[in-house]
Design a protein around this ligand. Structure first.
Ligand SMILES: *[C@@H]1O[C@H](CO)[C@@H](O)[C@H](O)[C@H]1NC(C)=O
Ligand SMILES: *[C@@H]1O[C@H](CO)[C@@H](O)[C@H](O)[C@H]1NC(C)=O
Ligand SMILES: *[C@@H]1O[C@H](CO)[C@@H](O)[C@H](O)[C@H]1NC(C)=O
Ligand SMILES: *[C@@H]1O[C@H](CO)[C@@H](O)[C@H](O)[C@H]1NC(C)=O
Ligand SMILES: *[C@@H]1O[C@H](CO)[C@@H](O)[C@H](O)[C@H]1NC(C)=O
Ligand SMILES: *[C@@H]1O[C@H](CO)[C@@H](O)[C@H](O)[C@H]1NC(C)=O
Length: 285
């Protein structure tokens, strides 16, 4: 309110000066930029930056808002220069904050939101610039993701079904799968609320794909699940699945029926070979 009143009083004067400045090439407040981290872990200390060049202007105020609420004001003409307001007041590290830097301590989830810095030049221009940026506050998962699959050996035509579980965090993690370095989409994604009383979510991503002859590389499937939460958490889990090859042992052993079932899916040659092997074995007895 105070600045608006001042603004109104001096407007004709400042307008003529603005014209003068434009003609003579004298520049004022400019190059305003804001640096707010995209995401921070809860409990951390955050440094937000509002930089600007004053050139021929003098600084009147720097104000910081979260949403619509002003919580920090720097006024060079007043002592002390810094005043803090509202619920964020206790979070501001006043001794280390200044006209360019705003330091917030022990940031928790309620501090997630849009931050705005507003810089005003003093008379005569009263030029004001404002910029804003959003900050997420995350709770990092403790530990690595884990992969679960139904079994470790597969043949062409089989379907690999499994899932990757990321420990509780907030928000949910992004999960990507690769099979022998090729991206594979998750078949499902679910968020399960962790029973911790906090708003933490366990992220589960499903894997479901049918194996074709090209799937294997040297008889192996190298499956990786990578989880990340912004740039703050990056972790992965991997597992090696092997190609199930028909072996003599499986003809003789208890897994005979599953061997034939698998062989039938592959090609009739395999069935034929199985029969031949059986005939040879019968002949040997
Ligand atoms: C903004 O920055 C550029 C280069 O950094 C500089 O040439 C220019 O004079 C600056 N403008 C103002 C108004 O400070
Ligand atoms: C972050 O939040 C989690 C859950 O809300 C809590 O358990 C943990 O203590 C917090 N960590 C810090 C450093 O505040
Ligand atoms: C994850 O995979 C394991 C092993 O196949 C299975 O037992 C479990 O039910 C799966 N969980 C989900 C949520 O799909
Ligand atoms: C994976 O998902 C993306 C985006 O949803 C889609 O464009 C793409 O076709 C999918 N790829 C496969 C192999 O399903
Ligand atoms: C999981 O949570 C994310 C955001 O945290 C949301 O975008 C997504 O829709 C949720 N998925 C499910 C299946 O609830
Ligand atoms: C997840 O990925 C999307 C797309 O790359 C990105 O916009 C989003 O910020 C990511 N979310 C998290 C929590 O890392």
């Amino acid at each position: 309110m105070k600045s608006t009143a001042r603004f109104r009083n001096v407007r004709p004067f400042s307008l003529s000066l603005l014209v003068f400045a434009t003609i003579t090439g004298v520049r004022g407040l400019g190059n305003v930029s804001i640096k707010v981290p995209l995401a921070v872990a809860n409990g951390s200390t955050v440094n937000m930056l509002c930089s600007f060049n004053l050139e021929s202007d003098t600084l009147y105020t720097v104000k910081w808002y979260k949403g619509l609420q002003e919580f920090f004001r720097y006024v060079p003409k007043e002592m002390p220069h810094i005043t803090v307001f509202g619920p964020l007041a206790s979070k501001v590290d006043i001794t280390h904050s200044n006209q360019h830097n705003l330091i917030l301590k022990d940031v928790q989830h309620d501090l997630a939101g849009r931050y705005r810095c507003e810089v005003s030049a003093d008379a005569p221009s009263f030029h004001t610039e404002l910029l804003s940026s959003y900050m997420h506050v995350v709770t990092l998962p403790q530990g690595n993701p884990s992969i679960h699959v139904e079994k470790l050996r597969y043949a062409v035509g089989d379907t690999v079904r499994g899932n990757c579980t990321v420990p509780p965090g907030n928000p949910t993690s992004n999960v990507t799968w690769t099979v022998n370095e090729h991206r594979v989409n998750s078949s499902f994604l679910s968020n399960i609320s962790a029973n911790t009383g906090e708003n933490l979510q366990i992220t589960i991503a499903g894997l479901d794909f049918e194996i074709i002859p090209d799937s294997f590389s040297n008889g192996r499937l190298h499956i990786t699940c990578r989880a990340n939460l912004f740039h703050l958490y990056q972790a992965e889990a991997d597992i090696i699945l092997e190609e199930e090859r028909p072996r003599l042992a499986s003809v003789l052993g208890t897994r005979e029926s599953s061997y034939i079932g698998t062989a039938a899916k592959r090609s009739e040659d395999w069935i034929y070979m199985g029969v031949v092997v059986n005939l040879i074995l019968c002949g040997l007895r």
